[in-house]
Ligand binder design. Sequence first.
Ligand code: PGA
Length: 269
Amino acid sequence: MQAWVIGNWKQNPATSHDVNVLLDDLLVAVDAEKQAAIEVSKRCTLMVAPSCIHLAAVNARLKGSSILSAAQDISAHSASTGAYTGDCSAQQVADTGATWTILGHSERRQYHNESNDSLVKKLTHALTQNLGAILCIGETQAQYDAKQTLDVIDTQLSVIKDLLAQQPDLIASLPERLIIAYEPVWAIGTGKVPTVAEVSKTHQHIKQKMASFAEAIDSMTVLYGGSVNADNADSFASDPMIDGALVGGASLKAESFLMIAKAFSSANI
Ligand code: PGA
């Protein structure tokens, strides 16, 4: 199975200049891999998710490279246009050349009250505009301590069940166009990580849950996210249940991002 390493840049970098510096480093490093014939991208799909304001410029620079791009969110209100101040639609995102969008990130759930209802709408908009969706799920520290991880995940994954009930025609696109990212909220940006065994068990549960919704999604790609870095990537990559990583902080330096991609790429040989 092809691995995926996705850089979630969040509200970074601050300027277009710094975006270009990061892209320069990334493109040079990916090219060097190519020259050395150890092309990471052959076994590991690389993707970056810049802030919406930088998406078009990033895509112009990524044209012709093997690196894909994603938005960090899309409008729940309209797939196309409308009077929704501050929103960016799936069609507008796709028009920049992006092919994916992150949805349901815990920071969106926390600061923007993202609900399962709005996620069903966003998933529908993404898929009908030919954007893939990286759906983020994960429990808080309190839920982890109370051993509620799998219950929380089941509730968050019910958006897929609701989506299929409302839009049964979308089922065919899901194996190729949906990725689940398991991100324990307490591991995001904290340097704390669950054990690989814990992540593996949770991923197995996610895959089984998805398969219970429809036969077509019986081998879902499931990424781990939360304080993944160049030092711990090998251990996550070594587990067959972990199909890649959604990386925040460590994706803001080309070197650490590429080290993580190499870990998943080598584990996939
Ligand atoms: P982190 O963020 O790698 O900085 O913990 C991950 C994420 O929020 O996607």
